[in-house]
Ligand binder design. Structure first.
Ligand code: DGL
Length: 256
């Protein structure tokens, strides 16, 4: 395995591209192989068994293509599968994604933090443990971003319907006093602009996990001595069983 092999980045669909963009920006020598399971997206309301099976299948494909590290750029897949994957492939480096509850809880002034994520993520042990851990520091309002994933998959972020969907979810949270909104699903950062428009002048901060995950990836590349060569020309590959058109849409979403 060469250090110039790609980092695999996985999501149920296009959401993980929000993480891909940050990885590409900060790690300009690294090749990236993105797998978006657009044919079976969304994962958020699927059973644990389905999410586990789909995630394992995708990871096996990425490993077969020589990925040197796997980023589960999907909170839902992480919540369901990361433990299993680490136990099954002890030699593989996995980086998972979790809602950034900690920075929100540590910085809230109102003491009320909203976490937006999929149903499967919010019902998982990982999130339950995290919210229990911080329960005495802040009140956590955990809510599903109903319809958000579909909007992002259909490239409809800039439509009036998107704004309506965001308003329906976000407005009650702000009215309830939340001054931090955690984007606990990698699709949601594509709606950040709309969310911030809905927030308007109110003192509410929107927080997502992509920068923290990127730092974790860098840390692990260094710790394991896996960084690509300084003169390596990175390749960006996109894969999906949803077909060529979907692959073109993924490329377009990141401006390629
Ligand atoms: N992007 C995924 C996440 O971070 C899941 C979206 C979905 O498929 O429901 O949770």
């Amino acid at each position: 395995m060469s250090n110039n092999n790609p980092i695999g980045v996985f999501d149920s669909g296009m959401g993980g591209l929000s993480v891909w963009k940050v990885l590409r920006e900060h790690l300009p020598h690294e090749s990236l192989l993105y797998f978006g399971d657009g044919a079976r997206c969304p994962y958020g309301a699927r059973t644990r068994e389905e999410v586990l099976r789909f995630t394992v299948e995708a990871v096996e494909k990425m490993l077969a293509q020589g990925c040197k590290m796997i980023v589960l750029a999907c909170n839902t897949a992480t919540a369901v599968a990361v433990k299993h994957l680490r136990a099954t492939y002890p030699d593989v480096v996995f980086v998972g994604l979790e809602p950034a509850v900690k920075p929100a809880v540590l910085s809230t002034e109102s003491g009320i933090v909203a976490v937006l994520a999929t149903r499967r993520s919010l019902e998982g042990d990982l999130f339950r443990q995290t919210s229990q851990q911080y329960a005495d520091r802040a009140k956590i309002l955990a809510v599903v971003g109903e319809g958000f994933v579909e909007i992002v998959e259909q490239n409809e972020e800039h439509t009036p319907e998107a704004e309506q969907a965001v308003r329906r979810v976000v407005e009650p949270l702000i009215e309830a006093g939340a001054d931090r909104i955690v984007l606990g699903c990698t699709h949601y950062p594509f709606l950040r602009e709309v969310i911030e428009r809905v927030v308007g002048e109110r003192r509410v901060e929107v927080i997502d996990s992509s920068e923290a995950v990127e730092r974790r990836v860098e840390y692990l590349l260094d710790e394991r001595g896996l960084r690509a060569d300084e003169d390596h020309l990175p390749q960006y590959e996109f894969a999906s069983e949803a077909g060529e058109e979907y692959i073109s849409k993924m490329r377009a979403k990141v401006g390629l």
